[in-house]
Design a protein around this ligand. Structure first.
Ligand code: GTP
Ligand code: MG
Length: 216
């Protein structure tokens, strides 16, 4: 996960998007003892007790880790965009050393608020603005942005994977790295890097465990 970039994970429910957000948060705070994470939670799936487990799994003081996570609940897409803009103030005015911004999920509010084909262009335009703010945030502050994205059924697929990411080309182009997550055999999860400026396509399988993600 790179700073100065947006990494997007997309995949079906239960594929591991939120778990990766939690693990990434703990790992980043472990690696950089001075850093903070901003976690923008749009689906009320941020779980402090999960952070405690993962922090303990990483051999860290869980209370200290929790203190360095700023959780903000976004109630709708406007609020989500406002919160994202406020991260700049947290850094510039409050002097917080934010090195990771998680948005889980990037697209859920947008998807729920803009229904029907007629509103698609408006939704995409707004999403585009939001992504530009995120990219600017990542670049000007050299921080890492991790966003999650759902998939929807693609009704006209006969071969290959019948799902596609929400947000279409707008999200696909704005994300520096894209990871496609799916459920594998025996409870495993498979992460596939499908878009990267510097790395080839590749897959990695893992299992979500109490103390963290286990590479298999
Ligand atoms: P949606 O948000 O519903 O689209 O799913 P998601 O992709 O965010 O999935 P999430 O990361 O929430 O969960 C992925 C999997 O991680 C679950 O199916 C569980 O198997 C596993 N998992 C979730 N929470 C825990 C936990 O507290 N402990 C352990 N060991 N596994 C967990
Ligand atoms: Mg989730």
């Amino acid at each position: 996960f790179e700073t100065g970039a947006i990494t997007e994970a997309f995949g079906e429910f239960g594929s591991g998007k939120t778990q990766i957000g939690h693990v990434l948060t703990v790992n980043q705070l472990k690696r950089n003892p001075e850093a903070m994470t901003v976690y923008i939670d749009t689906e009320s799936t941020f779980r402090p007790e999960r952070i405690i487990q993962l922090a303990e799994g990483a051999g860290m003081d869980s209370k200290e880790i929790l203190k360095r996570i700023i959780v903000a609940k976004a109630y709708n897409s406007d609020h989500q965009m406002l919160l994202t803009e406020k991260v700049e103030d947290l850094i510039k005015k409050d002097g917080k050393n934010v090195k990771l911004v998680v948005i889980d999920s990037l697209t859920a509010h947008f998807r729920a608020e803009f229904i029907g084909r007629g509103t698609l262009a408006d939704r995409q335009q707004k999403l585009n603005r939001h992504l530009h703010t995120l990219m600017r945030l990542a670049e000007t502050n050299n921080l890492c942005v991790y966003v999650t994205n759902q998939v929807m059924a693609k009704p006209d697929t006969f071969f290959g994977d019948p799902t596609q990411a929400i947000g279409g080309h707008i999200v696909a182009h704005a994300s520096t790295y894209r990871i496609y997550l799916r459920k594998g055999k025996k409870g495993s999860r498979v992460a596939k890097l499908i878009d990267s400026p510097s790395m080839p396509e590749a897959e990695a399988a893992f299992i979500v465990e109490t103390g963290g993600l286990k590479d298999i």
